[in-house]
Design a protein around this ligand. Sequence first.
Ligand SMILES: [Fe+2]
Ligand SMILES: [Fe+2]
Length: 244
Amino acid sequence: MRAAPSTVDILLTPVHRWVWADVQRRARKMLRFSETEADGARDITRAAEVTRDPTLRRLYLRHADDEQRHAFLFNRRGRELLDSSRAGVFEANWLAPGERGLDDLEVGTENDESLLAFLYLSEKAAAGRFVVYGRVLGCDPQTGAMFARILEDEEFHMTYTRKQLARLSPRRQGLRLWQARAGRLWKAYLRVATAIAALMGTAMLAIQYFLILPLFAVLAKRAARREPEGFSRPRAGRTLEGQS
Ligand SMILES: [Fe+2]
Ligand SMILES: [Fe+2]
């Protein structure tokens, strides 16, 4: 099975080129990808522990080993790039997320079929993105070659997950894929909604700070000017004796 980028990723090629052009951002992204791959390796190792199918266990262990190696490769390349640059750049993770999807994995709640469907879609999406990243990394052939090497593993991951899904669920494989796709869409919606909510929260706080707060400060100052200076006169008719 060969990986192919999605239409969205093809349309976003100029954006991907911009994201990857900056060496510092590239370094940061490598380190971020490394964390995601290491997380994926842990989740898939857990899946190997949980499954009762010996073939799947063997494949999951190889898969986890691949992801761990990817984590190492990304980390090493990230550090190399970071050594030749400064830190602290906008990473644009929204636009070039890498092997995202495995970070949504909840191994304990999935059975073999739903897990394979989920893994297949995640690996397919990641492999497609890695094809695009390889294409736009003309400025950095070393990182481009690393993506090409990792892409071969990702293609193996998408091939074995698809074949194993067909073996375990020959009749309901379409349904399983449809359910996994719906789950991914829902999580994508939640990610976008969370990001929009964070943006709106920041905007609301800025409006409160720069518009509403100064208004109250002006009103408070005007009210303070109307107050008589010095001590206030005691209210008439109230004495200490009267309180006893
Ligand atoms: Fe990977
Ligand atoms: Fe993978």
